[in-house]
Design a protein around this ligand. Structure first.
Ligand code: NAD
Ligand code: UD1
Length: 340
């Protein structure tokens, strides 16, 4: 298949591009580089030994998006592009709704016009909201969110559930990611956040490499085994393979739209992640327990059964693998990708 990978220059996209190429598919990246650097492309081409076309356009621009579909015949789209910072989405809700909804609308419009009938969409565990019982099951309804970023995922899912049945042949997989961490085992491709990282792993990695003084652990008084929050961390390489499995499954899907959790099913605490990262680095890392972060849930983990049964996909990498790979990337690229 020739696959348009929107947001393919970011964190998860490049890992998925490599998985696609390794499986014999072709990938074309479309990314406006609003949260990524062009130099990722050199890394991807040298790791894969293949030329990877990239178009730097803003996917909210319908005409430019349509132009890309007019120039190249695609079999499928994997739609990663979007803004993803929860705190920023509270400060700039209009920008988040515009970017995350308009990009999907212009992609789906172009897919309809150019008869592209396979779509894999990046959703998130955040759509389960604060009331869903654990472990999170795809059967849960109604979906809800607690911040504008989360609502863009709930709304995008709804748009796709409404639109897909009206476009003959269109099949959509909604992939609800849990907490993707880690990096490509080469140490060449990884997560390169702008500014102060919001998420746990990039923050610990920057403490380890000396860019930050210490980790602040947001609360150790939760009703969990060690008092810190539990999350379902999933290696980004497993996540990439989940996209491949979903893409290859779309043709055999009976309904136009189906959601799949991509997680391990295991809750891991903040202290457990810190210990696993310290093991990878080979020394203790400084931390301090701080007050709880507003909006955090004590626990979040998937029921991964549906993806295993229907996609034939299961996460295989451990938290030690995730931390060892994240550390290799951070150690070899302390300031992330080269500029440019
Ligand atoms: P990322 O920010 O690293 O990658 C997204 C890419 O999209 C960036 O390279 C950015 O430049 C590009 N982009 C944004 N708006 C665009 C636009 N209008 N036109 C063209 N390109 C645009 O994010 P990521 O971590 O790789 O996440 C990918 C997707 O998965 C996102 O939709 C995100 O919300 C979702 N997701 C991520 C996580 C996570 O923890 N990383 C968890 C759940 C869901
Ligand atoms: C965050 C987002 C969520 C998004 C998810 C995956 C919030 C409120 N939620 O969730 O919408 O889908 O990322 O990208 O931002 N922690 C610390 N110190 C830190 C950073 C984090 O102790 O410096 C703790 C957090 O309190 C949490 C755990 O580590 O318990 C994981 O945090 P994070 O990586 O931000 O992920 P989520 O909380 O799952």
């Amino acid at each position: 298949m020739r696959v348009l990978v929107s947001g393919g220059a970011g964190y998860i996209g490049p890992h998925t591009v490599l998985a696609l190429l390794a499986a014999g598919h072709e990938a074309v990246i479309v990314d406006d580089l609003s949260n990524s650097k062009a130099s990722v492309l050199n890394r991807l081409e040298s790791l894969s030994g293949q030329h990877i076309p990239m178009h730097s356009i803003d996917l909210t621009d319908r005409d430019k998006t349509d132009q890309i579909f007019a120039e190249t015949a695609f079999d499928a789209v994997i739609h990663f592009a979007g803004f993803k910072a929860v705190g920023e989405s509270v400060e700039k809700p209009l920008e988040y709704y515009e970017n995350n909804l308009d990009s999907t609308l212009s992609i789906v419009r172009a897919m309809r016009r150019h008869d592209v009938t396979k779509l894999v969409f990046s959703s998130s565990a955040t759509v389960y909201g604060p009331r869903a019982p654990l472990p999170y099951s795809e059967e849960w309804w109604p979906l809800e969110a607690t911040n504008p970023y989360g609502w863009t995922k709930v709304m995008n899912e709804q748009v796709l559930r409404d639109v897909a049945p009206t476009i003959p042949g269109l099949k959509v997989a909604l992939l609800r990611y849990f907490n993707p961490i880690g990096s490509h085992p080469s140490g060449q491709i990884g997560e390169d956040p702008n500014g102060i990282p919001n998420n746990l792993l990039p923050f610990i990695a920057q403490v380890a490499v000396g860019r930050r003084e210490k980790l602040m652990i947001f609360g150790d008084d939760y009703d969990t085994p060690d008092g810190t929050c539990l999350r379902d961390y999933i290696h980004v390489e497993d996540l990439a393979l989940g996209h491949l499995a979903a893409l290859e499954h779309l043709d055999s899907m009976k309904e136009p739209v189906r959601a799949f959790n991509l997680g391990t099913g295991q809750g891991v605490s903040v202290f457990e992640v810190l210990r696993a990262f310290e093991k990878a680095v080979g020394r203790a890392l400084p931390y301090e327990v701080a007050p709880r972060r507003a909006g955090d849930l004590a626990e979040s983990y998937a029921d991964p059964t549906r993806a295993e049964q229907e996609l034939g996909w299961k996460a295989t990498k451990s938290i030690d693998d995730m931390c060892a790979d994240a550390w290799r990337w951070q150690r070899e690229n302390p300031m992330g990708y080269p500029a440019g």
